[in-house]
Design a protein around this ligand. Structure first.
Ligand code: CP
Ligand code: NVA
Length: 305
């Protein structure tokens, strides 16, 4: 059966751990100059309708490092703007590819595409999910703390795609997840109810006071206040999130040893200040580098299923 990663719900918790192990193993070997050509001659097709630095290029670098190659097209170039049916595009493109990644506005589009594709489809971000970012974040947290279970991840910001995927990732691996969010920007209620139903033991909460939320944090995480597609709402959001900036004063309220994470791109001076981004608690560039290591581990794992 073709496995997909349209959302972390496509994986069981033991799959998540297996992907992290695969990524950690390949990263250690990469550091020693050992780059196994596991996917020689295989093709990665990437179809994006939003911009990307990390996701697109870490996926392509991962495929090249594993011995394959990547091709890139926009959803428009693929003909998903009405030139032909989704069924026909998915059938044709998957016949050329070993793996397809998709970055779209609509989560449903990725799920519909995956149902037809004959090769694995990976969600490279939608308005609702960013599973590869969340897997990378687990890898980075596990590298840093030596474990996942029992740690407290505090996300200060919007209840967006990154927050939702991180809350699922946390529920699957035993992290406590707190979203400190202004009123009106929380993760949707149906999403939270569904998550609680799937993982009754999960510790996932939403609060409105970032100051007390970070007081027990092992990791403080933030993301942009206006995601791609929300540019016209940016001014209103800037006002609403004004007290949710991750700055030195906020980080000083967290326990010693706290780490700061951000999926990037960051709007320095808005959701995070330079002193935090570039400070000693920040692991944002380790996190960004890990996008490639996670992609290698994920590709190798998916194609071994
Ligand atoms: N973190 C992340 O997904 O970055 P890009 O939008 O640059 O891919
Ligand atoms: N929430 C952000 C994440 C970017 C990687 C967005 O969707 O724009």
């Amino acid at each position: 059966m073709t496995r997909h990663l349209t959302s972390l719900y496509d994986l069981a918790p033991q799959d998540v751990l297996a992907i992290l192990d695969s990524a950690a193993d390949l990263k250690a070997r990469y550091r020693n100059g050992d780059c196994p050509q596991l996917l020689q001659g295989r093709v990665l097709a990437q179809m994006f309708e939003k911009p990307s630095l990390r996701t697109r290029n870490s996926f392509e670098a991962a495929m090249i490092n594993l011995g394959g190659a990547g091709i890139f097209l926009t959803t428009e170039e693929a003909g998903l703007n009405g030139r032909e049916s989704l069924r026909d595009v998915a059938t044709v493109l998957s016949s050329y590819s070993a793996i397809i990644t998709m970055r779209t506005y609509s989560q449903q589009l990725i799920e519909d595409f995956a149902k037809i594709s004959s090769c694995p489809v990976i969600n490279a971000l939608s308005d609702e999910r960013h599973p590869c970012q969340a897997l990378t974040d687990l890898l980075t947290i596990r590298e840093t703390f030596g474990r996942l279970e029992g740690l407290h991840l505090v996300f200060v910001g919007d209840g967006n795609n990154v927050a939702m995927s991180l809350s699922i990732a946390s529920a699957m691996t035993g992290l406590k997840f707190t979203l400190a969010v202004p009123q009106g920007f929380a993760m949707p209620e149906e999403f939270c109810t569904d998550l609680a139903k799937r993982f009754p033991e999960a510790q996932v909460e939403q609060v409105h006071d970032p100051l007390s939320a970070v007081s027990t944090a092992d990791v403080v995480y933030t993301d942009v206040w206006a995601s791609m597609g929300q540019e016209e709402d940016a001014a209103r959001r800037q006002q609403a999130f004004a007290n949710f900036q991750v700055n030195e004063a906020l980080l000083n309220l967290a326990p010693d040893g706290v780490k700061f994470m951000h999926d990037l791109p960051a709007k320095r001076g808005l959701e995070v200040t330079d002193d935090v981004m570039d400070g000693s608690s920040s692991i944002v560039f380790q996190q960004a580098e890990n996008r490639m290591h996670l992609a290698r581990g994920l590709f190798a794992w998916l194609l071994a299923q």
